[in-house]
Write a protein that binds this ligand. Structure first.
Ligand SMILES: Nc1nc2c(c(=O)[nH]1)N[C@H]1C(S)=C(S)[C@@H](COP(=O)(O)OP(=O)(O)OC[C@H]3O[C@@H](n4cnc5c(=O)[nH]c(N)nc54)[C@H](O)[C@@H]3O)O[C@H]1N2
Ligand SMILES: Nc1nc2c(c(=O)[nH]1)N[C@H]1C(S)=C(S)[C@@H](COP(=O)(O)OP(=O)(O)OC[C@H]3O[C@@H](n4cnc5c(=O)[nH]c(N)nc54)[C@H](O)[C@@H]3O)O[C@H]1N2
Ligand code: SF4
Ligand SMILES: [Mo]
Length: 725
């Protein structure tokens, strides 16, 4: 099924053939109707009668025809010549050479020296991550990295230290209140579980508000989502742990917690109360630069519920102390009893993964990071991956286990990884760099080989990321809608071809495929999602339909279930105790007075991180990632719209292009990441944008558990740039 059947028309003015698929530019997986003429996608649009999306798409998805037909698209492998330029090479030859080099590296240094990193471009393909993971298992190499560990890794870990609730926390669809902390679904299509997902977000939010749902938004910017808020707390960036501790204190002091639930399921309530005691309203209000009355009103509104959760996005997860923030959010939800109870129905069907028990009980707390030791800063792997924030140092630090080869699958480390200078040094230090990407990115420019990938509409797929997030039991499968254009490979095929040449296997959840004859993509999908709650055959036959009867039902707790939540673990409470005494330890030794501004990250409507920046229809000329600042701050600094601004952190200096925005809090600069090129200077800033990742430092202020590098709420000094005459 990998190759689409195309209709050959004899008519010169060929009639477009319309097919239904889904968009994979981002995780949201919007269904799409696609018009195809002569194997070319000429138009795409939303599917009006889709029960969840109701025709919704965004500007990024609608540019797919341009992306596929872009004359600069890489349509076959490229090999670096000694002089640094690239030459075209056939994929069998490129794969032979890469495999031989991997063999040499494994024989010389051991399998750990071979690393791969799957970024957002690979992540949208349902089999790219499973194939990369299996490749490492087959080789017995722990060096498996993805963008998840530089995204919001603290989320998956919070429920380990505190304990989890097997049946999960409450749904968005019937919540009475929701608290959104540093995410903006209206632009990003992203929300934590229990929040507003990217399935037609504007319409859904309007409906929920009309039904009486209350919304609290905590964000230094008055975002598109904050425009719907009943209360918007325009917090000073990086102060989320302060505010959350203050809110928990209000809840406990006013006795607003779910007493019955806490009595039965939560330990350490006294320790928790003692730990938040110093977070008095006055202290919190001053630190967060908020009105005390607003904080109390928000805490009471959220506590009144009775249903609904608080959840975070990338903002607070990129800021310092992200594990602590995540912990406090789940503690707040937990003491208010916002969990699914016996007999409740989950909104989502969890169709693509094996069925797991859903009892109304606590899963015992355990240590969060228990994977293989990293060679850097006492970090460890977690959830089967190694921490990407330490990958540059894994490459640069001599000794056993040093990474020597890296396969980048749909990622752009040169601009997306924290600490750009260190990242560039590391990429240049590799003995082999292979990049799977369809365009010449700053990372691909450094590669020994660039492999051209299939694009979304050229491959069979399932919406694996949204599977946990759809508001209903719903799924979608797509065949390829056009045939491959060029000598291009699906990401899984790259890993299969290399494993096959290395005499290794791809042990997927459903077992390794045959390694002597390349299997079909559908076989790889079947093996990657083996044991799924909805069998894959049914998924294929059953697209874009809501299956209300498949909403999982929460079961009773086991008799005598004893595990309890532990909201006050020693290490996190020790960290909490430092919040009021030490400024966020972003850059050790840096004088906060010298860096009075905070630079925060954000998403832009028309690009996905760095994807799309090359398309004229999206990144309109002259529009890169401006430095959005409050107009009064600009006036004070003597800056006008479009002026160049020097932004200095304790680590480095970048140049931005100033843009007034009265939705940004004073003292804050709001800027998107993954811009700029390979140079460590910014002469071309107006054309290629500013790499904010240069401002941060891999080894200062990192999260002790996840290794996350501070990449939002970055302390900076700002002044008008001196422009040479
Ligand atoms: N300062 C700061 N830094 C951040 C963040 C932040 O908020 N602030 N956010 C972090 C987050 S959340 C993330 S996820 C990372 C993102 O980190 P990355 O995923 O490494 O960066 P992207 O720019 O998304 O790179 C995706 C690449 O995939 C390519 N691509 C697109 N489609 C395909 C495809 O079908 N196949 C293949 N093979 N390639 C494709 C694109 O051309 C692009 O080069 O950045 C992180 N860095
Ligand atoms: N259009 C578009 N969509 C995208 C992407 C894109 O680049 N463009 N990227 C995709 C990716 S990789 C991801 S991970 C998701 C992310 O999805 P989101 O998490 O929704 O990302 P953002 O829209 O950047 O929202 C983060 C918000 O946090 C706020 N913020 C920053 N620092 C702080 C802080 O210290 N505290 C608090 N409380 N708030 C803070 C910012 O002002 C911003 O509004 O989006 C995905 N979707
Ligand atoms: S929200 Fe994401 S999946 Fe939907 S159209 Fe936009 S880019 Fe595509
Ligand atoms: Mo992300």
């Amino acid at each position: 099924m990998e190759h689409a059947s195309t209709t050959t028309t004899t008519n010169a003015a060929a009639e477009p053939q319309t097919k239904t698929t889904f968009c994979r530019v981002c995780h949201a997986s919007c269904p799409m109707e696609v018009d195809v003429v002569d194997n070319r996608v000429i138009a795409v649009r939303g599917v009006i009668d889709d029960p969840l999306f109701e025709g919704y798409t965004c500007i990024k998805g609608r540019q797919i025809p341009d992306q596929m037909a872009d004359p600069n698209r890489i349509r076959g492998p490229l090999r670096r010549r000694p002089d640094g330029t690239f030459e075209a090479v056939g994929s069998p030859e490129a794969l032979d050479e890469i495999a031989a080099e991997l063999r040499r590296i494994i024989d010389t240094y051991g399998p750990r020296a071979v690393a791969s990193y799957t970024g957002t471009g690979g992540y949208q393909n349902s089999v790219a991550v499973p194939a990369a993971r299996a490749f490492h298992q087959g080789l017995d190499s722990v060096s498996f990295y993805t963008s998840v560990t530089i995204d919001q890794p603290a989320k998956g870990l919070a429920g380990l230290r505190l304990g989890g609730w097997e049946a999960g926390y409450q749904n968005f669809t019937d919540s009475d209140v929701h608290m959104a902390i540093g995410y903006n679904s209206m632009v990003s299509s992203y929300a934590p579980i229990g929040g507003l997902q990217g399935t037609n977000p504007f319409v859904v939010m309007r409906r929920r508000k009309a039904e009486g749902m209350k919304l609290i938004v905590i964000d230094p910017r008055r975002t598109e989502l904050a425009g719907f808020a009943d209360i918007h707390l325009q917090i000073r960036p990086g102060e989320d742990p302060t505010l959350l501790a203050g809110m928990i204190r209000i809840v406990l002091e006013e006795g607003l917690q779910d007493h019955e639930f806490c009595e039965r399921w939560v330990d350490q309530m006294d320790e928790l109360a003692a730990a938040v005691e110093p977070f008095t309203l006055d202290v919190v209000a001053e630190r967060c630069q908020l009105d005390p009355d607003d904080i109390v009103a928000a805490a009471r509104m959220f506590a009144a519920g009775p249903k609904g959760t608080a959840g975070t996005g990338t903002g607070p997860n990129m800021a310092s102390r992200s594990s602590l923030t995540e912990h406090l959010v789940v503690v707040l939800n937990t003491v208010l009893g916002r969990v699914n109870r016996e007999g409740d129905l989950l909104e989502n069907g969890l169709l693509l993964y094996p069925e797991t028990p859903l009892r109304a009980q606590v899963t015992a707390p355990r240590s969060p990071a228990n994977g293989p030791p990293s060679r850097i800063r006492d970090l460890r792997g977690y959830r089967g991956e190694m921490p990407t924030a330490a990958l540059a140092e894994e490459i640069l630090t001599p000794g056993e286990g040093r990474v020597r080869a890296l396969i980048v699958s749909g990622g752009n480390p040169a601009v997306a990884f924290p600490d750009q200078e260190l990242t560039l040094e590391a990429l240049a230090d590799l003995e082999l760099l292979v990049v799977i990407d369809y365009r010449m990115t700053p990372t691909a420019e450094l590669a020994d080989y660039v492999i051209a990938p299939t694009l979304a509409l050229e491959r069979a797929d399932v919406p694996h990321l949204m599977d946990r997030w759809f508001r209903q039991p719903y799924t979608n499968y797509t065949e390829p809608v056009v045939e491959r254009d060029g000598d291009v490979l699906n990401e899984w095929e790259v890993f299969w071809e290399l494993a096959s040449r290395l005499g290794s296997t791809l042990p997927l959840p459903g077992g390794s495929p045959d390694m002597s004859a390349r299997p079909s993509t559908d076989e790889i999908i079947d093996r990657s999602y083996a044991g799924s709650r909805m069998p894959l055959d049914e998924v294929r036959a059953n697209q874009r339909v809501v299956h209300p009867h498949l909403r999982p039902v929460v079961q009773a707790a086991d008799e005598g279930a004893t595990a309890k939540f532990t909201p006050a673990p020693d290490d996190l409470m020790a960290e909490l105790a430092t919040v009021l005494t030490e400024a966020p330890s972003v850059f050790a030794g840096a004088d906060p007075a010298e860096f009075p501004f905070r630079l925060v990250s954000r998403r832009l409507k028309h690009v996905l991180n760095s994807t799309g920046t090359e398309l004229p229809g999206l990144a309109r000329k002259g529009t890169t990632n401006p430095a959005y600042m409050h107009p009064d701050d600009l006036v004070e600094l003597g800056l006008g719209a479009g002026d160049l601004v020097e932004i200095r952190s304790p680590r480095a200096v970048v140049t931005g292009v100033a843009e007034p925005a009265d939705d940004v809090k004073r003292g804050v600069i709001s800027m998107a990441h993954s811009w700029g090129g390979r140079a460590l200077t910014d002469e071309k800033v107006r054309d290629i944008g500013t790499p904010t990742s240069r401002l941060v430092s891999a080894d200062a202020g990192h999260d002790p558990v996840t290794g996350m590098v501070v990449s939002s709420a970055i302390p900076v000094a700002v002044r008008k740039a001196e422009v040479p005459a």
